[in-house]
Write a protein that binds this ligand. Structure first.
Ligand code: NI
Ligand code: MN
Length: 232
């Protein structure tokens, strides 16, 4: 049994593992890439919501989703404190922190990015996650990030599947994302955080060609609404 990743456009991902439903950076309202999918967030299945940082295109519809389905949030302390003021319970980790959740193990990793919340409130340090499933698969959700050399240390953990931003402007562009693949050495990579709007428009097909020519990593391009199963 594998882990199923569903791409909702931008950086919004569904992760189904061992019967648990996770949502990562659930940005639906105002997400031009997700809009055609007409996702009913009141009916979205989610046991846990993972938030990488405080920006609106990542925190997204978290409060709304959690108030409808009671999902638990996993995020850093600063975002967690802010959510708790709104009645949302959060499991708060910090960079480097690891915790065993019912669905698997989560490590919060560093991300080279900002993290302010609405109204200029500090959202703490931006993050990514390494998720180790019960099948011992390792998934690296990089979050919004620029290229940093310590991605090589993340790679040392043996990453099966990485989700990396390639859009540029706010994050790594395709060129730096290729360098990231060379540091992380994942078996498979899914590009995210591109084509949602003009400023981050990129040719993922061209990136796939380049990555697969220069590294042993396989690139899986998902259109919004499409899924990838690690068992496939
Ligand atoms: Ni951001
Ligand atoms: Mn973003």
């Amino acid at each position: 049994m594998g882990t199923k990743i569903t791409f909702y456009g931008h950086a919004t991902l569904g992760v189904e593992t061992d019967g648990y439903h996770l949502l990562v950076d659930p940005f639906f309202t105002g997400n031009a890439a997700a809009e055609p999918l007409k996702v009913d967030i009141e009916k979205l299945k989610a046991d846990f919501v993972l938030i990488t940082h405080g920006h609106r295109d990542h925190l997204g519809d978290t409060v709304d989703i959690v108030s409808h389905n009671g999902a638990k949030v996993i995020c850093n302390t600063e975002i967690g404190d802010w959510l708790e003021k709104q009645g949302v319970h959060a499991h708060m980790l910090q960079n480097g922190g690891v915790w065993n959740f019912p669905f698997g193990k989560v490590k919060m990793t560093f991300a080279l990015h900002g993290s302010d919340l609405e109204g200029g409130i500090s959202g703490g340090q931006a993050a990514g996650f390494i998720l180790t499933t019960h099948q011992d698969e390792k998934l690296y959700l990089a979050g919004d990030t620029g290229l940093f050399g310590d991605m090589a240390m993340i790679g040392e953990e043996g990453i099966d599947l990485a989700m990396l931003p390639i859009g540029g402007f706010y994050t790594m562009d395709p060129e730096d994302a290729l360098r990231a693949v060379k540091l992380i050495k994942p078996k498979v990579v899914i590009p995210i955080h591109y084509n949602t709007f003009d400023r981050i428009r990129q040719d993922a097909g061209k990136w796939k060609e380049k990555v697969e020519a220069e590294t042993p990593t396989k690139v899986v391009i998902l259109q919004p609404g499409e899924s990838y199963d690690t068992a496939s």
